[in-house]
Design a protein around this ligand. Structure first.
Ligand code: FA5
Length: 355
């Protein structure tokens, strides 16, 4: 080997180290490089041993080049060590760390859990039935024969699927009442029935209080001797549990094909406590409610034809049912004051973070 070749090899080694040090950001990595170059089997050490192959007259010059290269390597390693140490010294351990985002259940799911729990306390069983169901369960078995005008109230999405000879067309469930006859069938038409069915519903509606997809919870109780008093007691129980002590329920006459008599259900407003006014003199009207009450959904005594459709003898058994919107019921909770339910499904994290 000539001195020029030896010098070139050493120069390349120093250049390689310079490049490697650019990505060495820890003292551990630095130590590895030190061993790789200056260790017993390191590349510089190996090159140092090759000096014996250089002709005698050139050895002195080669020795000087070797020493210079070693100094350069040591200087490079020392400089890198200082840079890393300085950087590490500047890490401020008192700066609060970045917390990873922790998700939580969607407010509507939270409400469904709470509703389930409240009804389970008084012996209801939570069930779920298909959200794409036959016309039979959604309408016909509920005393709404084909072409009955009452069907128009449920602005229905029809599914492009083959029609069943007995059960008709497939629809996206417009209400959870499709679970009524399904529950009677599940229990082989043998009461007692105490069902709470919570599911998605779909209607061709969209405004501040309506969404195309929403949730309802449906209660159904069938047994011997069930009366409106049992319905009213259940409503009062739910009102106090969900909205807090003092909340009252109210039923008003209404019409549904599948209940007789039928009612609309209201709960008293938590802002004005059912008075409709914010002050004792009744001068300041409550803007949150209409005259002290909020409507949440429908209820009634199960129509004899519905019991018959589920194989239950209406002369022996009676029952009550109710169906309310989860979103509507939830948004009336104290402190929420949500004036547009579409926000719940906007996916806006700034909104969802609040729950
Ligand atoms: C019904 O759906 C009946 N099945 C309720 C019922 C069950 C009555 C059992 C008797 C016995 P209604 O169409 O009024 O009734 O809807 C009930 C509630 O669902 C409404 O008061 C509202 O809170 C909610 N709701 C209805 N449509 C929408 C919608 N598009 N978006 C959000 N919530 C809705």
């Amino acid at each position: 080997m000539t001195t020029a070749e030896y010098s070139h090899a050493l120069h390349t080694l120093v250049e390689d180290l310079t490049t490697a040090l650019k990505t060495a950001t820890s003292l551990e990595k630095l130590e590895t490089l030190r061993t790789e170059y200056l260790g017993k089997k390191g590349s510089f050490t190996q090159l140092g041993k090759q000096i014996k192959d250089i002709a005698g007259s050139d050895k002195k010059e080669a020795g000087q080049i070797l020493n210079k290269a070693k100094q350069q390597i040591e200087d490079l390693l020392a400089a890198a060590q200082e840079t890393i140490a300085t950087k590490q010294a500047w890490i401020d351990l008192t700066i609060p760390g970045k917390k990873p985002e922790v998700g939580h259940m969607h407010p509507v799911s939270q409400a469904m859990e709470e509703i389930t729990h409240i009804f389970e306390q008084i012996g209801f069983t939570r069930v779920r039935y298909p959200e794409v169901d036959w016309d039979w369960y959604v309408f016909e078995a509920l005393n709404m024969p084909k072409s009955h005008p009452a069907r128009d109230e449920w602005e229905t999405f029809f599914v492009d699927a083959p029609t069943d000879d007995q059960k008709g067309k497939m629809v996206l469930t417009t209400h959870t009442s499709n679970g009524q006859v399904r529950e009677m069938e599940r229990l082989h038409s043998k009461p007692p029935i105490r069902m709470i069915n919570i599911a998605r519903c779909y209607r061709r509606q969209q405004d501040a209080t309506h969404t195309q997809m929403f949730h309802q919870f449906e209660g159904l109780v069938v047994d011997k001797g069930i009366t409106i008093q049992h319905l009213k007691g259940t409503l009062d129980y739910f009102a106090e549990q969900f909205y807090g002590p003092g909340t009252k329920s109210r039923i008003r006459p209404f019409h549904f094909q599948f209940t007789e008599p039928s009612f609309e259900v209201d709960f008293s407003c938590h802002i004005c406590h059912g008075t409709g006014y914010l002050d004792d003199k009744e001068e300041q009207k409550c803007r949150f409610c209409k005259s002290g009450w909020h409507e949440v959904g429908g209820a009634g005594m199960v129509h004899p034809n519905v019991l018959k459709a589920g194989g239950i003898d209406p002369d022996e058994y009676t029952g009550f049912a109710f169906g309310w919107g989860v979103e509507r019921t939830y948004t009336l909770k104290e402190g929420l004051n949500l004036d547009d339910i579409r926000l719940l499904y906007s996916g806006d994290l700034r909104f969802l973070h609040q729950f």
